[in-house]
Design a protein around this ligand. Sequence first.
Ligand SMILES: Cc1cc2nc3c(=O)[nH]c(=O)nc-3n(C[C@H](O)[C@H](O)[C@H](O)COP(=O)(O)OP(=O)(O)OC[C@H]3O[C@@H](n4cnc5c(N)ncnc54)[C@H](O)[C@@H]3O)c2cc1C
Length: 551
Amino acid sequence: MSTKMLEKLRRAVAGEVNTDRVHRQEYSRDASIFEITPSAVVFPKTAADVAAAIRLVHEAKEAGEDVSLTARAAGTDMTGGSLTSSVMLVFTRHLNRLKEIGADFAVVEPGMYYRDFERETLKHGLILPSYPASRNIAAMGGIINNNSAGERTLKYGQTNRYVEELAVVLSDGSPATFKSLTASELEEKKTLQTLEGEIYRRMHALIVKNQKVIKKNEPKVSKNASGYALWRVWDKERGLFNLAQLIVGAQGTLALLTEAKLRLVRPKEHRAMLILFLKDFEKVPAVVREVLKFEPESFESYDDHTFKLAIRFLPDIMKGFGLRNILRLGVSFLPEMWMALTGGIPRLILTAEFAEESAMSARAKAESAARALQGFPVSMKIAKDEREAEKYWIMRRESFNLLRKNLHGYTAAPFIDDLVVNPDDLPRFLPELNALLARYNLIYTVAGHIGNGNFHIIPLMNLDDPKSKTVIQELSGKVYELVAKYHGSITGEHNDGIIRTPYLSLMFDKEMLSLFAETKKIFDPLNILNPGKKVGGTLEDITTHLIQSAR
Ligand SMILES: Cc1cc2nc3c(=O)[nH]c(=O)nc-3n(C[C@H](O)[C@H](O)[C@H](O)COP(=O)(O)OP(=O)(O)OC[C@H]3O[C@@H](n4cnc5c(N)ncnc54)[C@H](O)[C@@H]3O)c2cc1C
């Protein structure tokens, strides 16, 4: 970035603008396999700061400078979505307040950590049920812009379902608020002689004209974060048009979020967990089908590698839990430690949690599901209470974090980390996937939201080894072709970013890809918002930005 541009940026924004080595290095990584050093790290104090930064970058780009802006909330993205070599706007330092909480909604800034948000919503008995497993480390801006999802998505759906209004700054620095509009409200918006008006005119025309292509390409699985969700914008029957649905999951490539109004739910109060231990993957599809009949609130899974890691690094996991909890949880893990010592670890653990208004009815549901599974080759137990269930949640939620933190010399490499297929296709999909993975000599963990057919496969790799690059490219292509064969999604919740944008062509047809490109052009004609993500990313980007050594 030119010195002149930097000076202007410092004058234009009230927040801090840092270009020192420490800051640039601190923000050069997320939870992906990429490393890119930003040229400046900006901490906007207000929405006006965000607008000022965008205006300056817009001007500089028009004048020929190669500059862009990428938003970052907590930086736990697994796709490289929050990385840039240009200007990074970090929201967690200042734009992190809860503005309002109502009977069934909250208004929040993008930099608020989910853990802080949930502490406040729970005071009102409310929750955003699409929270991700990274609930303790992620922030609202990332959750919305990735269309995140998690353990309760099976019952409640993903984040887009809870978005009511999004206040954003558009690519020319002008503000807009996107929400559901009636036909007459839409017509009014289309008369605006601003970028917002232009967006409404052109997006409405694009969606109406291409209904068939959009319908054909709409993912046919219960979770998806890939592409631009053009299929969610226009509700023809009800006559509603909602561009907020396009911004959710767009990874900050269409507009930058400054405030969100989110619908919240009052969850049922009591839960009972059925835990299933499987010796192999063979019976997974049949077991999943049977358990789903009992409508669990969540249905999760993790494999033996995850289990072993959890036991091995138990002291690390426990650090944040306080002495009393450490003792209680430590004791509760004794049977698992014994399993680990005696070699009795199952290949796969499934946990189905049933939520009801009373502890008794939740338990009754878990018991009915268990009865239905008599005769299946699984061992099972029902957790005594929610406290006993907690350890299984810890192992599931911490699975990826454990890998990230504890494998010195190796890197947890998310590149086939978020596949979704319809659970009915699992009997055919899983053997093919396993055969494919067996051709590569990889160590990997498998965890995920099995009820949605959503698998997180995380190989451990030495990224300094040149062979790793080849494996990443070869295997990604093959796995995503397989997912496409079963009409699945290449990403249910983690999104596209650098790692998957080049593979969108395996999931969407050419016409749909050109609609994505046109959408990007309509919102961001100069390509200054998080370029290379969602549209325009290449296989070369993946190899160029791969981290060189684990640190
Ligand atoms: C241990 C672990 C477990 C995980 N489990 C899950 C899971 O269960 N489900 C799931 O969905 N994800 C999961 N993730 C991935 C990630 O944590 C989530 O996607 C999370 O919601 C990202 O939030 P963040 O605040 O870290 O976002 P960031 O990484 O900061 O950003 C994510 C994307 O949003 C964009 N963005 C951020 N703020 C704004 C803004 N203000 N305006 C416009 N764009 C913006 C960024 O540019 C980027 O593209 C996991 C990650 C880890 C490390």
